[in-house]
Design a protein around this ligand. Structure first.
Ligand code: FPP
Length: 223
């Protein structure tokens, strides 16, 4: 969800207001995904590297997330959204950890769309934590296959993504779902995240349908 800061700057507003508009954009996109029958949406809300930002921006983001949970949790529940938090929870405040736990437990029965919120997440962190968990579980080295390691990844509950969208004009992964995007299609949008709407989502989906997915094999010749 890149481009919040630039969106705010264009309007001579502090960066925080860009993140605030980013939350509103996210709520609309969740609804748009439900309307299109999408069952999993994973958003990068805070990366392991975002702690390097100025402390007032980091604390602003933490406060915003807490406020967003209390403002939108009931609405998300009513929309049939199951919330899952993906990332290292050890470093976040007790208050935020409690809010995440509440968001997950109160929506656990929902199944229309799973919203995976990557928070204090990094793709490299995920690979390391999965490996550590596999070792701690006593998995012998010769049994540590790709499928086995996948069982310990933070996104084990979800299929690998079909489509990866990055907004804000940057053309890089920035340590997002490194393990899971092996055969994912990429779409880079110049839209700043607060401006990303259902029309741009449809453009991304249309581009996805033009792709020829071979997963390392050869093109299917049958219908
Ligand atoms: C990147 O834009 C955006 C972020 C680091 C934060 C995104 C977080 C939210 C929208 C809040 C999500 C809330 C919940 C409850 C899931 P940027 O600041 O890097 O923008 P810039 O590149 O224009 O500076």
């Amino acid at each position: 969800m890149d481009g919040n800061g630039r969106w705010a700057k264009k309007r001579f507003l502090p960066r925080f207001f860009g993140h605030k508009a980013g939350v509103d954009a996210l709520v609309k996109i969740v609804q748009a995904c439900i309307d299109r029958g999408i069952e999993h949406l994973t958003v990068f809300a805070f990366s392991s590297e975002n702690w390097k930002r100025p402390s007032d921006e980091v604390s602003g983001l933490m406060g915003l997330v807490l406020a967003a949970v209390s403002r939108y949790l009931a609405k998300m529940g009513a929309m049939g959204v199951r919330i899952r938090i993906v990332g290292d929870r050890d470093a976040v405040s007790d208050k935020l950890r409690a809010a995440w736990n509440e968001a997950e437990s109160s929506t656990a029965h929902n199944s229309k769309l799973t919203l995976n919120v990557a928070f204090n997440y990094g793709g490299r962190w995920d690979i390391v934590q999965a490996t550590r968990k596999a070792i701690a579980a006593g998995v012998p080295a010769e049994e540590l296959t790709e499928a086995k390691l996948s069982e310990f990844m933070a996104m084990a509950h979800a299929p690998d993504p079909d489509l990866f969208i990055r907004t804000g004009g940057e053309v890089r992964i920035s340590n997002f779902l490194l393990w899971q995007v092996a055969y994912t299609e990429f779409f880079f949008s110049d839209c700043l995240w607060p401006e990303f709407d259902e029309h741009e989502l449809d453009a991304a989906i249309a581009a996805f349908h033009e792709r020829d997915r071979r997963f390392g094999g050869v093109k299917e010749t049958t219908a």
